[in-house]
Ligand binder design. Structure first.
Ligand SMILES: [Zn+2]
Length: 269
């Protein structure tokens, strides 16, 4: 019986491998956007109504402006690479929330929150673009759906033979994968390889949006310096900072500028 379940699981796994244009990799993901996005949108609205959204300040307007530039850069990149309409189900939204927590996140379908607490570390618009690019990249690379798929495959072993993925189960898996529920809005850490992927994709889209990718390493240095103080930033518990990350970002910045040049972007703010 166990062997039978493993074979079914592998079969689903093979069927569910889709190539993501941003990563160029075929990764396990059997949750279509049509199933995940409505859940993310509902959770996002819930989060906004439970928290203090900052509107119409200079900072709030900057978050929206950076978000729009980053999302439009990713759409330009997709169109240029043969994937027009890839983001048609996305409903981009960018909000600043009054909270001293040093954090920011992006839920599936382009639902973004920045906490006011991360602004001093972001320091300026380019720093916000580093964080925005990275968070948007997690969404573009379907990292959350991959985590859900991996966890569902594990559960398959337990739910002997029941391969029908019901809505209720999917909702539970979604909540677990995003760490939602009791700690709404605090997302679980991504894996190290997903972090590296988000760094690389984030650099490219921020550069295409006209932001200096060389500032990414500086942002992470400021984040690391902050963790040397009293309480490490929340952002660091989900986004480990290390020497490798900073040296990768430094090495990749020129490549991101080259990618931006293909879009006619040669000067950066
Ligand atoms: Zn990340």
């Amino acid at each position: 019986m166990k062997k039978y379940i493993i074979i079914i699981a592998l079969f689903i796994g093979v069927l569910a491998c889709k190539t993501n244009p941003f990563t160029g990799k075929s990764t396990l993901n059997f949750y279509p956007n049509s199933q995940i996005f409505p859940m993310a949108f509902a959770q996002y609205d819930q989060f906004l109504s439970d928290n203090k959204v900052v509107d119409n300040t200079t900072d709030a307007k900057m978050i929206t402006k950076v978000g729009q530039r980053i999302s439009s850069a990713s759409e330009r990149w997709l169109t240029a690479n043969g994937y027009p309409g890839y983001l048609k189900d996305y409903k981009w939204e960018y909000h600043l929330v009054q909270d001293s927590t040093v954090n920011a996140w992006c839920m599936p379908g382009g639902k973004i929150v920045f906490y006011t607490g991360i602004l001093p570390i972001a320091k300026n618009e380019t720093g916000v673009a580093v964080v925005m690019g990275h968070e948007v990249a997690h969404a573009l690379a379907d990292h959350g759906a991959q985590r859900m798929s991996a966890s569902t495959l594990q559960q398959l072993g337990a739910v002997a033979g029941n391969i029908a993925i019901q809505d209720e189960q999917t909702r539970n898996t979604f909540n677990q994968a995003y760490g939602l529920g009791s700690t709404l809005g605090v997302l679980l850490p991504f894996s190290r390889s997903q972090e590296t992927e988000a760094d690389r994709i984030g650099l490219q889209i921020m550069a295409i949006a006209g932001y200096d990718p060389g500032e990414a390493a500086e942002l992470w240095k400021r984040m690391s310096a902050k963790s040397g103080g009293q309480a490490p930033p929340e952002f660091l518990s989900t986004h480990p900072s290390n020497e490798t990350r900073i040296s990768n970002l430094t090495a990749w910045a020129p490549l991101a500028r080259q990618e931006a040049a293909k879009f006619g972007v040669t000067s950066f703010q």
